[in-house]
Design a protein around this ligand. Sequence first.
Ligand SMILES: C[S@@+](CC[C@H](N)C(=O)[O-])C[C@H]1O[C@@H](n2cnc3c(N)ncnc32)[C@H](O)[C@@H]1O
Length: 278
Amino acid sequence: MNEVYKAKINEHYGKVSILDSILEKLKINKIDPDNLTRKDLETFEDFHIGGKLATHHLAEFANFPKGAKVLDIGCGIGGPARTLAEDYGCKVVGVDLTEAYVHAATQLTSMLRMEDKVSFSQGDATGTLPFESKEFDYVWLQHVTMNIEDKKNLFKEVHRLLKDDGKLVFYEIIKGNDQPIAYPVFWSPTDELSFLVNKNSYKSALEDAGLVEQVWEDKSQFASDWFQKMLDNMKASGPPKLGLKVIIADDVPIKAKNILDGINEGKLQVVRAIYTVK
Ligand SMILES: C[S@@+](CC[C@H](N)C(=O)[O-])C[C@H]1O[C@@H](n2cnc3c(N)ncnc32)[C@H](O)[C@@H]1O
């Protein structure tokens, strides 16, 4: 991945000091950082459609055995990783390209005294990540691949990192039809950081990397209903005290509406799947 692109992803997701901004907003809401709980973060620490609910849905779908070692690629500020560790007994490593997110993920995890169960590092998942081959029982991806042009290399790296009986579990956004979507969206201000492909191209990239489809499900209706509810609630009672605006600098309602319209018009599809190693 080229350096200009890496810098742009870092600027897009990490343009404010995300940890400072989170701590400031918690303070405004009278939440004491010295006594932080997981509940204090639950409305904004999962940066994907469906929030914490979708993380639980995907974890149930994955059906982790106790103690499974999971790599969360594109882990953001670590909400899903902490959920898998605490609620599903997994040993989780998160990796993300955006330095500010890795910093926030690490600090929040330490404030919650969960460092023994979850750790984070910075890295580009289309390159070689700093882990041994066949190190993980599961690789987990939620709303990351929209930003990744080189899906073939990403999935090759996933294949390298999974044990022979390991599984890739994902909840991702793909192209529904060939009509262009409106920008900005949460993953890109314009089309420059957006690399959506249709179902056939997506499946080809997975198969070319040696991954084998076990289950593929369309979750677009769930995604549309969740977004509609979020926008209706915002209209009725104003923005929530915390919520996604804690980690997104601006334009939350416009970005949400552009994605919702994209799903409802068939331009975007939200899918989840399980793949195994060939
Ligand atoms: C929409 S956020 C999702 C965060 C997290 N998965 C979650 O659901 O809360 C997308 C994340 O993908 C990360 N990302 C984008 N390209 C990446 C790459 N090549 N390698 C690792 N992470 C990447 C971004 O930095 C960002 O944190």
